[in-house]
Design a protein around this ligand. Structure first.
Ligand code: PLP
Length: 566
């Protein structure tokens, strides 16, 4: 028996001890909830004849209904549970996820019409690589490539070459690899070393992490061009030229920036590289990372020069699962002609009596997202895609103007500003009914914003990241993060306006942002209390993260390129 003043030391995990005493209880700084649950189980458990729940098992109520055993959380169970129980268990656990429609952090499309859902379901088990077995699926894949090559003005849709990928990331690796191989071939032909000095690639510091990954995984020096307010938070072509030399395999140009939606000036970069070639004789190609813009620019602003119309653009990638409006799992990479995809990257597969060509990083991949992409191309056509893009842009302008008109926020994205009148946003905001997309600065339907200087000055104690937390409490997922080097001291909130972000939802989002922003300005308001509560949200899943996943510090840092979910 423990006396009244006796301290009982309970070991709850390697890093945590707390002292139990009915009168004196010193709270530890950290309690391991996983361990807490393990220790709190009934010690003698004969749960309807089920095996005793041990520390690593999860008991669930459906066990009683379906007569199934508890299952271990982190190791495979000896005996499985029936499908109904497994479904219900997983279904319930996944309700902790955010709602995809309200996930405004993501560029990835989340809704398709029921007919597309049906096609997806019907083809869910098909593997795109099995071309011999699924020749009709392969035909749709090839047709998508021709359609995109044509849309992006390849000199000849027949002469262009490309492939589906799992997303833009894989497509970017392939585009980069092709440029690296071509550089190596040229160096070897000239009798020069390909190692001393090695190859380099130039991109804005606002690049998405997939671009930096290419450089690191495939041993190409990554030359990040710092961004500035003057360069609109994206690549400055003139500055980029300082980073280009005879070992530059190419320049990655982004349409548009993951941070703010700004399109990078492909034409200007191309012109500068033309001048460079005229002076030095070095041909430096451009790969356009049009992850999002590849399905916005051709429809919303078809006059914009960014694609294969510019001879220096040798390859383009886009995500079918972003503004291509398909479900997640499809990207595209297209080369303007076969000359820009070195033979070395193409594998000839002799398979079941036929010959197939493979030039992708993955072998097997689901065919259903590609079929869904083809569905969109024939269902929407040019007019349909344009209508969706214009609607997204209109809703993004609405959100931008409302935020700026509140005076609490400054919008960094420029798509609501008239061309050539970047300083006239407030004038634009009042009573403007001009729907002509051509009069606005081209870009993605993305709204990046920050506290206005006025708000910061008046309420210096209010932290911008609280807005993210408090919006989350209302269901909205709106990320708050730092801009890339050299603007990392600036934090932005960002909303991606996808098709599902209708005017009704914009309306509600604006109301919620204003309510929260004003609430935070008033000390002692309930919003202040909620802020503290909301910060705890970040900690969810902490227990899960300790099992099997990498701990902070296990990897090397990116150079500040965009590494948040998209
Ligand atoms: C500019 C850019 N490039 C590449 C990617 C990666 O695309 P994916 O998620 O399709 O691999 C993203 C994702 O948002 C992006 O915005």
């Amino acid at each position: 028996m423990h006396g009244i003043n006796q301290l009982v030391l309970i070991r709850c995990d390697v890093s945590c001890f707390f002292f139990l005493n009915p009168t004196i209880m010193a709270l530890s700084k950290h309690v391991n909830p996983d361990k807490l649950i393990q220790d709190s189980h009934d010690k003698k458990s004969h749960y309807h004849g089920l095996t005793k729940a041990n520390a690593r098992q999860v008991e669930h109520t459906y066990g009683a209904r379906y007569n199934t055993s508890p299952i271990p959380k982190y190791s495979i169970s000896h005996k499985g549970i029936n499908a109904e129980a497994a479904y219900q268990l997983i279904h319930d656990e996944l309700s902790l996820d955010g709602s995809p429609v309200l996930n405004l952090a993501s560029f990835v499309h989340t809704w398709m019409p029921p007919q597309a859902d049906k096609l997806f379901q019907e083809n869910i088990s098909k593997n795109l690589i099995d071309t011999d077995e699924y020749p009709a699926t392969q035909a749709l894949h090839t047709r998508c490539i021709s359609i995109l090559a044509d849309l992006w003005h390849a000199p000849s849709a027949k002469g262009a070459i490309g492939t589906a990928t799992t997303g833009s990331s894989e497509a970017i690796q392939l585009g980069g690899l092709a440029m690296k191989k071509i550089w190596q071939e040229k160096r070897k032909a000239a009798g020069k070393s390909i190692h001393e000095p090695g190859p380099n690639i130039v991109m804005g510091a606002n690049a998405q992490v997939a671009l930096e990954k290419f450089a690191r995984y495939f041993e190409v020096e990554c030359r990040l061009v710092p961004v500035s307010v003057e360069s609109h938070y994206r690549l400055d072509p003139k500055k980029a030229m300082d980073f280009v030399d005879e070992n530059t395999i190419g320049v990655f140009i982004i349409l548009g920036s993951t941070y703010t939606g700004h399109y990078e000036p492909v034409k200007e970069m191309s012109d500068l590289l033309d001048q460079h070639e005229a002076k030095t004789g070095h041909f430096v190609p451009i790969h356009v990372d049009a992850a999002s813009g590849g399905f916005i620019a051709p429809f919303a602003t078809p006059k914009l020069e960014w694609d294969f119309k510019l001879p220096r653009v040798v390859s383009i990638n886009a995500s079918g699962h972003k503004f291509g409006l398909s479900y997640v799992g499809v990207g595209w990479v297209i080369w303007r002609d076969k000359a820009h995809l070195p033979k070395d990257l193409i594998f000839e597969l002799h398979y079941l009596g036929s010959v197939e060509y493979s030039f992708s990083l993955n072998f097997s991949r689901p065919a259903a997202p590609i079929i869904a992409q083809y569905f969109n191309l024939i269902h929407l056509g040019f007019e349909g895609y344009r209508a969706v893009a214009l609607d997204d842009m209109k809703n993004a302008r609405l959100l931008s103007r409302a935020l700026e008109a509140s005076k609490y926020y400054t919008v960094l994205s420029d798509i609501h500003r008239k061309v050539g009148s970047a300083m006239e946003s407030m004038k634009d905001a009042v009573g403007m009914d001009d729907e002509d997309i051509e009069s606005y600065t081209p870009g993605l339907p993305v709204v990046s914003f920050r506290f206005s200087d006025l708000y910061k000055e008046k309420y210096p104690e209010v932290q911008q990241h609280w807005i993210q937390t408090l919006l989350r409490a209302k269901g909205w997922i709106v990320p708050n993060y730092e801009l890339p080097p050299d603007l990392q001291q600036v934090e932005i909130l960002r909303v991606v306006v996808r098709e599902s972000m209708t005017e009704v939802l914009i309306d509600q989002l604006v109301a919620d942002i204003i309510e929260i922003t004003e609430g935070l300005a008033h000390q002692g308001s309930s919003t202040h209390t909620l802020t503290i509560l909301g910060q705890a949200q970040h900690k969810r899943n902490r227990a899960e993260q300790t099992e099997g996943s990498l701990k902070e510090g296990s990897g090397s840092k990116s150079s500040g390129t965009y590494a948040k979910p998209c």
